[in-house]
Design a protein around this ligand. Structure first.
Ligand code: PEP
Ligand code: MN
Length: 337
């Protein structure tokens, strides 16, 4: 249930509604907009009579949310969510570019990557220190040492860090080094991990599962938000279809669909979405044209010798050229890069 307060409703009026909802067994989540405060009540009885709160002072309207997800729905925060991390805003007017290698491989590689990423004008460096690999014999990541290397390189160039957390025991370690915690496609429905992420106060980028519907992605985000962590980004990274030419089928339409259904920022990953570096720039351009709030892309100083995902990692020159194109496209859709 959503309770939309009147413009100018007092704090005492808001508190009275919160108390009443809690009394009736709801968990209450608050969204303070510039015009209206919205209270999301979840978990109460379906039989609850909304007229009870409708009549209370300061209430503008009350809606039952029919969708299975509540807090992630657009109605909870009609104005959209902006996630602020240091001087970067995700979900605002700027399209935030996150780029870097698939995996952290060595100090030299990450130092070079930080220069490539920062010189291109991107804001966030990516790189996995814990890697979910399809084969147990593939490179599994450098672990904490990799995170230390990334943090140092990012700080040297004034970048934010995004890195993947694979299990809930790794959350404290990742939180120490990374500004954004990435949840991989294979973990989108690891509900214990999602619940644990709800308890922390670090931004999370949640990737769409390999065969997940939009609704399943939103329900996974709801797990995190219902724990009280509202800083969640949704990531379209391609889904598995009958098509085999590309590694996955990059679902560009999911970008406006997610933005229509949810207030959370939407990030596009055309690297995993296509699996081929020649297709990353056109799909990145399409994603920005479609309204993506950010991009997550793989780039490597020597992709032909990368330890993972070399085929989909761009050459540095490709990233530079792409950034110039993205600036033009962003302007055309009222954004900047
Ligand atoms: C990655 O970002 O390198 C990765 C493993 O992504 P995904 O979970 O989308 O496969
Ligand atoms: Mn990868």
């Amino acid at each position: 249930m959503l309770v939309v307060m009147q413009q100018g409703a007092t704090e005492a009026q808001v508190q009275k509604i919160i108390d009443r909802l809690i009394e009736d067994g709801f968990d209450v989540h608050r969204s303070t907009g510039t015009i209206h405060t919205v209270l999301g009540g979840v978990g109460g009885k379906d039989s609850f009579d909304t007229a009870v709160v409708e009549q209370m002072d300061g209430v503008k309207e009350v809606h039952r949310i029919v969708s299975p997800y509540k807090l992630v729905s657009r109605a909870f925060r009609p104005q959209g969510t902006v996630i602020r991390i240091k001087d970067v805003e995700i979900g605002g007017s700027q399209v935030v570019v996150m780029a870097g290698p698939c995996s952290v491989e060595s100090q030299e590689q990450i130092e070079r990557s930080a220069d490539i990423v920062a010189d291109a004008g991107a804001k966030v460096i990516r790189g996995g220190a814990f890697k979910p690999r399809s084969s147990p014999y593939s490179f599994q990541g450098m672990g904490e040492e990799g995170l230390q290397i990334m943090r140092a390189a990012a700080d040297r160039r004034g970048l934010l860090v995004i890195s993947e957390v694979m299990e809930k025991e790794q959350i404290p370690l990742l939180s120490q080094y990374s500004d954004i915690l990435q949840i991989g496609a294979r973990n989108m429905q690891n509900f214990n991990l999602l619940r644990a992420l709800g308890k922390i106060r670090k931004p999370v980028l949640l990737k769409r599962g390999i065969a997940a519907t939009v609704e399943e992605l939103l329900l996974s985000a709801e797990y995190i938000m219902s724990g009280g962590n509202y800083d969640v980004m949704l990531c379209e990274r391609g889904i598995r279809t009958f098509e085999t030419y590309t590694r996955n089928t990059f679902d560009v339409s999911a970008i406006p669909v997610l933005q229509k259904l949810s207030h959370l920022p939407v990030i596009a990953d055309p690297s995993h979405g296509t699996g081929r570096r020649d297709l990353v720039p056109p799909m990145a351009r399409a994603a920005v044209a479609a309204g993506a709030d950010g991009l997550l892309m793989e780039v490597h100083h020597d992709p032909d010798h990368a330890m993972s995902d070399g085929a989909q990692s761009m050459y540095p020159a490709q990233l530079n050229e792409l950034m110039g194109q993205l600036r033009l496209i962003a302007t055309a859709v009222g954004r900047s890069v």
